[in-house]
Design a protein around this ligand. Structure first.
Ligand SMILES: C[S@@+](CC[C@H](N)C(=O)[O-])C[C@H]1O[C@@H](n2cnc3c(N)ncnc32)[C@H](O)[C@@H]1O
Length: 251
């Protein structure tokens, strides 16, 4: 059957991504970008609706594409920081509602410490009515139970993990929250790129090479066949900090 122009456009993206992911010049540029990413704090240069968001514009674009495609009525995020990423998710939920795609959309954000100035700022933000925040560890069983309760009546759920980047913590988050992801939706695991990043490997942080979100994803996938890494999506992004971090629920 003849493809529509939109289908052709999508196929072109897939073809181009495959070519670019093998292009040595592009791959060299990508490595060089990542070598400078953490040290330069480039990801701290941006805002969403006036709130600092610790994501590169490529990651924000990626989130937008996935949210529009999946149309979740619940987004669960670990790691709030200033609040930019939960405000971003809430703004996408608001758009989905305005377009009649979902009803009663919500964002749940969890952070071990929500600083008073962030709490105050988020409380008066226009997106606040779409956001529920829990302060505490994302792997605290009490918080996990609260999130599960909210997830109970939702139709499509997307999870976004961006808190403590150690292997054990991310693995525990994956075990707690990935089962809530609905079929065809995603569990996005940020900062998997630490595994490939020589700068971060030597920063003396709690995480580094061999102990980071990517190693947690690999271990999680050994026993969880409901998810697969969406390499097609990743390869078109090129400058992603989440290689092997876009986990699609396939069953
Ligand atoms: C990278 S920042 C999150 C950035 C945010 N997602 C954004 O895009 O703007 C990581 C956050 O994780 C939080 N965090 C660290 N350990 C945590 C834990 N055990 N549970 C929940 N949050 C934690 C930190 O307080 C910090 O605010």
């Amino acid at each position: 059957m003849k493809k529509t122009p939109f289908e052709e456009f999508g196929l072109d993206i897939t073809k181009r991504s495959k070519t670019l992911s093998k292009d040595p010049k592009f791959q060299k540029a990508k490595q060089s970008f990542h070598d400078h990413l953490s040290k330069s704090k480039y990801a701290y240069n941006f805002y969403w609706m006036g709130v600092p968001i610790i994501q590169t514009p490529v990651e924000t674009q990626a989130l937008h594409e996935l949210i529009w495609k999946i149309k979740p009525d619940l987004i669960i995020e670990t790691g709030i920081a200033w609040g930019g990423s939960i405000v971003f998710s809430a703004s996408m939920i608001t758009l989905l509602e305005a377009c009649g795609e979902i009803r009663n959309g919500q964002v749940v954000g969890i952070d071990i410490e929500i600083r008073p100035h962030n709490k105050k700022n988020l409380a008066v933000h226009p997106m606040s009515k779409k956001i529920i925040m829990f302060e505490g560890s994302s792997i605290d069983p009490i918080i996990i139970e609260k999130v599960k309760k909210i997830a109970k009546n939702k139709k499509r759920i997307l999870v976004h993990l961006d808190s403590n980047h150690t292997h054990n913590h991310v693995l525990a988050e994956l075990k707690a929250y990935a089962p809530l992801v609905t079929r065809s939706s995603y569990c996005i695991v940020e900062d998997t790129g630490i595994e490939d990043d020589p700068v971060n490997a030597n920063l003396g942080k709690a995480f580094g090479k061999g102990n980071n979100p990517k190693t947690a994803v690999w271990e999680f996938l050994k026993k969880n066949k409901n998810f697969k890494i969406d390499k097609d999506f990743e390869s078109k992004l090129i400058l992603t900090g989440a290689p092997d971090g876009y986990l699609k629920r396939i069953k």
